[in-house]
Design a protein around this ligand. Structure first.
Ligand code: AMP
Ligand code: ZN
Length: 113
């Protein structure tokens, strides 16, 4: 997607504060953090959202779960964390490139607003 913000971050056209990268996945600090730890984990391949995932994408999603587990440990979230993918209008998604928010470092409220 030419005009996609996160595709531009993947290509290095927009800078990001990277915390993890491999051939399939990139993780970087959210620019407007909502918790002491707020990292976004994204597939490098553009997919709009969870709703748009195709059969061939699920290996990457499983890999993202593994990266989230590893980052939560590395970032000291031993008391717990939240992994969330806002999806679509009602889900509050504002960037239409699939991303998982890894949030932690404080007690997180529930339910969301
Ligand atoms: P969502 O609202 O779930 O689609 O999440 C989009 C997230 O992207 C928000 O938490 C934003 O703060 C974050 N964001 C937007 N632009 C950037 C950027 N250039 N670098 C890092 N995070 C960003
Ligand atoms: Zn994209």
């Amino acid at each position: 997607m030419n005009d996609c913000l996160f595709c531009k971050i993947v290509k290095g056209e927009i800078p990001s504060s990277k915390v993890y990268e491999d051939d399939k996945v990139l993780a970087f600090h959210d620019i407007d953090k909502k918790a002491p730890v707020h990292v976004l984990i994204i597939p490098k391949k553009h997919v709009d959202s969870i709703a748009a995932l195709e059969a061939t994408d699920f290996d990457t999603v499983a890999h993202i779960m593994r990266v989230a587990q590893k980052l939560a440990e590395e970032l000291g979230l031993s008391d717990g964390f939240r992994l969330v993918a806002n999806t679509g209008k009602d889900g509050g998604q504002t960037v239409n490139h699939l991303h998982f928010h890894l949030l932690g470092g404080r007690s997180l409220g529930w339910p969301p607003g």
